[in-house]
Write a protein that binds this ligand. Sequence first.
Ligand code: UDP
Length: 239
Amino acid sequence: ADSSPRYKRIVLKLSGEVLRGSGTDPIDSEVLSRICGQVKEIHEMGVQVCVVIGGGNIFRGLQGESRGVDRTTGDYMGMLATVINGLAIMDCLEKMDVRTRVQTAIPMDQVAEPFILRRSVRHLEKGRVVIFVAGTGNPYFSTDTTAALRANEVGAEIIFKATKVDGIYNKDPKKHADAVRYDDITFIDALRQRLNVMDATAFSLCLDNDLPILVFDLSDPHAIRQAVLGQKIGTLVHS
Ligand code: UDP
């Protein structure tokens, strides 16, 4: 039927920027509630949800270099930024009566559980939304790579990459009026055409393990629900 979810277990990758509203605050509470409302919607459909949150709204490792911060230090700062975002998502979901667990790749007992795969899976089975923070715990990686890694680990069927663009184009739609958006594209074609789906590490993890990625725009009020129902939205990258 049209209303039954196509996926049982998904990883939702949210870039930090999606939390920023029109103002200057890195986390806009209205935007945050809207996104969490969307997560609640699919959670209530019985979908097991992992959230991997980025940190770009607060700090990116590479940004540090222009401010005299070493790459590795900057990367740790970026990973800590994801923890801040993750706690905001946790708090907002809990207030909507969605049970959550935050798992961090960098141990900080008072703040979140350590990442333990078997526990993550158990939480998912019990209907808790698992929020993965602190990236992979290693510098030189990204939260896209974290999403690809965790999705493979927990056995998710797909990564939902929610961003501010509505999919993947053959060329930059901001520069070219005749740019065409793909409904779907294979990993190989995306590689051949050098399309920027995710960074190379994240992309190859998905390619090597046949893990599809759906790239879509989160500003549509029911985008995540549509994605879960397999309705036409964004661009699907598949093998
Ligand atoms: N980061 C890292 N290792 C990881 C994940 C993230 O060092 O495994 C750092 C990196 O500096 C990155 C920052 O954390 O710039 C924020 O993550 P990301 O840029 O992926 O966030 P997004 O763009 O999704 O908001």
